[in-house]
Design a protein around this ligand. Structure first.
Ligand code: FE2
Length: 187
């Protein structure tokens, strides 16, 4: 099963390219000239901060997203993560249902499985657009893009079909590696 058509992949890649640090730096220097004309200094500073946050978080989240896709393995490739899911959330199925529900929240953004760096607990969270709702101390384990551009070209309005295909293409070995790295940071 192919997760993304070439057209969708192209849209996403273009989005990532536009979100590179180079582009962020270009905007860092170009935007003030525009914003200063349009807005007060305080307003322009706020707008510029929002823009840079959006670009930088968008770049990083897309990197996580593409890295945790691409292998038709299964959750058994992540035994330590599965054990922790069961401890924290009751069962793998309970986690998966909650993650899919998180990814089905109305709006554009991301569903992310985090591990808390202090308690070590796993939890799912909705990130609105690219920059709103990141939990302090949360370390991303699984990242799913649910902006329209991630699924509408291939699945129309049926986001649930995209999410099902996403799950069939998760690279669980990558998730296990992120989990082990996060555990080291928790200690
Ligand atoms: Fe995206």
């Amino acid at each position: 099963m192919i997760l993304l058509s070439s057209a969708t992949a192209s849209v996403l890649r273009t989005g990532v390219d536009r979100s590179t640090s180079k582009r962020s730096m270009e905007l860092l220097f170009l935007s003030p000239m525009y914003l200063v004309v349009q807005l007060s200094p305080k307003e322009s500073s706020i707008r510029l901060t929002q823009l840079i946050n959006c670009l930088q978080y968008g770049m990083r989240l897309h990197e996580y997203y593409f890295d945790n896709l691409g292998k038709k393995g299964s959750s058994v490739d992540a035994p330590n993560l599965l054990k922790k899911m069961t401890e924290d959330l009751g069962s793998y199925e309970a986690w998966e249902n909650d993650f899919k529900a998180t990814g089905s929240i109305r709006g554009i953004g991301w569903a992310i499985l985090y591990q808390d760096s202090i308690t070590g607990r796993l939890f799912n969270q909705w990130i609105n657009e690219h920059e709103t709702g990141h939990p302090a101390g949360g370390m991303p384990i699984l990242v799913m893009d649910v902006f329209e551009h991630a699924y509408m070209l291939d699945y129309g309005l049926i986001r649930a079909d995209y999410i099902e295909t996403f799950f069939r293409n998760i690279n669980w070995e990558v998730l296990e590696g992120r989990f082990k790295a996060a555990i080291l940071l928790c200690q």
